[in-house]
Design a protein around this ligand. Structure first.
Ligand code: NAI
Length: 475
């Protein structure tokens, strides 16, 4: 009888929240409870101010919250009543001890598994949704097996999530594929079937792929590593473009039209951010190192090194073109989120660019349409090691793009928010110091128009145009 099927999701974050919202909305007969150790996060999910911004999410939540979608801190109860439990807790890179800066920190996954084992009194299907290293399912199994209540059986599946922040709802509603890994035993296959049945409520069956557990775990790391690798690849080309007459937009268009290559993830920029790419590439590097496959580790390490270099290069471009010094100069930073349509700043390239500019003595006026003031100071404190009070001498948060630009020497585009394309640049120009500069780190603005207004425009992946109001020759 599927009418009483219950799901529990441990971890009410960027993955757990949206994923369960879609499952609950597509499976009205299934009761879905999302739990979290953070009472604040759960309270936010139950309020009018969701803990995260994701286009389309609020409307869905409003419709089904407390109908068959529940947010709770009562983990025990949710575990007890569930038939299937998603583990979607965070798996950050370790910041201590062995594997510091490389290895994934699995303590939250382990903690979730222990909680399940101590609490559950009947059989459960456990689904690892978090991104984990290959073999994590085995560790989860061992913890469950050695801590379980008598008579309880577990099946552990791998079901990595491929959603991208900013388009999570779309990605969940129409995924390219759903990947399920499990044991090739009778019980394993039956568990896979159950999870597949949930997705089949809205995902065409041919898009639901089943593999063994290791392939499933590894595929997630590989997918993110390939995406990150494409960005670093095009970013290496952007540096060549800046030094020659080529334009990276033209190159990536020409290259991307090759159907064998494809056009996605070929935009040059100030580097990738987000909580996943760097962490998952490191996860893969750590795996290769553990397997003594040093050339493999070195190959993927280069993806991260290029990303770091790209951020630094951009900051350097700014300093160099502002006559070699930004000390005491006001710079308007447009965008702090790691990409548009999200308030998430984890590993945002903007943070790194700000850090470099602060180290040069610049005064930053930051504007982002979604990121909170508290978040910006927390991130900058973490990056620079300075307190908020100290930072406030050099960092101000603007309420809008115009305020940030006023009296500034330069605009620095760090996030590709659509609204930056629609600003009144003649007005902005009239309020800025002269000569006025724009550094477009995302290649989103109309550079010809800006130059005709009098701006000096510099961007990633293009030799600087003849900036007619600069009487020095371009870089
Ligand atoms: P998150 O940090 O937003 O959410 C994780 C939540 O789990 C936190 O709210 C935390 O308080 C909670 N938590 C930790 N331990 C717990 C426990 N024992 N009991 C209850 N709650 C607990 O993380 P996010 O971004 O949702 O990522 C989760 C996983 O999904 C990670 O492994 C990540 O790599 C993966 N992933 C993330 C994507 C993204 O775009 N953010 C996309 C695809 C996968």
């Amino acid at each position: 009888d599927n009418s009483t099927f219950r799901i529990c999701c441990i971890g009410a974050g960027y993955v757990g929240g949206p994923t369960c919202a879609i499952i609950a909305s597509k499976c009205p007969k299934i009761k879905v409870t999302v739990v979290d150790v953070s009472a604040d996060r759960i309270a936010a999910w139950n309020s009018d101010h969701l803990p995260l911004f994701e286009p389309g999410l609020e409307e869905i939540i409003r419709k089904i919250r407390n109908r068959n979608l529940f947010f709770s801190t009562d983990t025990k109860k949710a575990i007890q009543e569930a038939d299937l439990i998603f583990i979607s807790v965070n798996t950050p890179t370790k910041s201590y001890g062995f594997g510091n800066g490389r290895a994934p920190d699995l303590r939250y996954v382990e903690e979730a598994a222990r909680q399940i084992a101590h609490t559950a009194t009947n059989n459960k299907i456990i689904v690892e949704k978090s991104t984990v290293p290959v073999n994590a399912a085995e560790s989860i199994k061992t913890i469950l097996k050695t801590n379980k209540q008598p008579g309880v059986n577990y099946q552990v599946l791998s079901n990595p999530e491929f959603l991208a922040e900013g388009s999570a709802i779309h990605d969940l509603l129409a995924p390219d594929r759903v990947l399920i890994g499990g044991d090739e035993t009778v019980e394993g296959l039956s568990a896979i079937k159950k999870l597949s049945w949930i997705y089949e409520h809205w995902v065409p069956k041919e898009r639901i792929l089943t593999t063994n557990t290791w392939s499933s775990e590894l595929s997630k790391l590989v997918a993110n590593a390939f995406l990150a690798q494409r960005i670093s690849s095009i970013n290496t080309i952007s540096a060549i473009c800046e030094a020659t007459g080529a334009s990276v937009s033209e190159v990536s268009k020409a290259v991307g039209l090759d159907s064998r290559i494809g056009s996605k993830f070929l935009n040059a920029s100030i580097g990738f951010g987000g909580s996943c790419f760097q962490k998952d590439v490191y996860n893969l590097i750590y795996l290769a190192e553990s397997l003594k496959l040093e050339p493999v580790a070195q190959y993927w390490l280069q993806v991260i090194k290029i990303n770091d270099w790209q951020r630094e290069r951009f900051a350097h471009m700014i300093v160099q073109n502002l006559f070699g010094s930004v000390n005491g100069k006001k710079l308007a930073i447009y965008g702090f989120a790691f990409k548009k349509d999200t308030a998430d700043t984890r590993e945002s390239s903007s943070i790194y660019v700000c850090r470099y500019l602060l180290a040069e003595g610049a005064s930053l006026h930051i504007y982002d349409p979604k990121v909170s003031v508290e978040r910006i100071f927390l991130d900058l404190s973490e990056q620079t090691g300075k307190t908020e009070t100290d930072l406030r001498y050099h960092v101000q948060i603007a309420n809008d793009a115009y305020e940030a630009a006023k009296d500034s020497h330069a605009l620095v585009i760090c996030t590709e928010w659509d609204e930056f394309k629609l600003l009144d640049y003649p007005l902005i120009y009239s309020t800025m110091k002269k000569p006025s500069f724009i550094f477009d780190g995302r290649l989103i603005l109309d550079h010809d128009q800006l130059i005709s207004l009098g701006f000096n425009v510099f961007c990633i992946g293009q030799k600087p145009p003849i900036n007619k109001y600069l009487n020095q020759s371009p870089r």
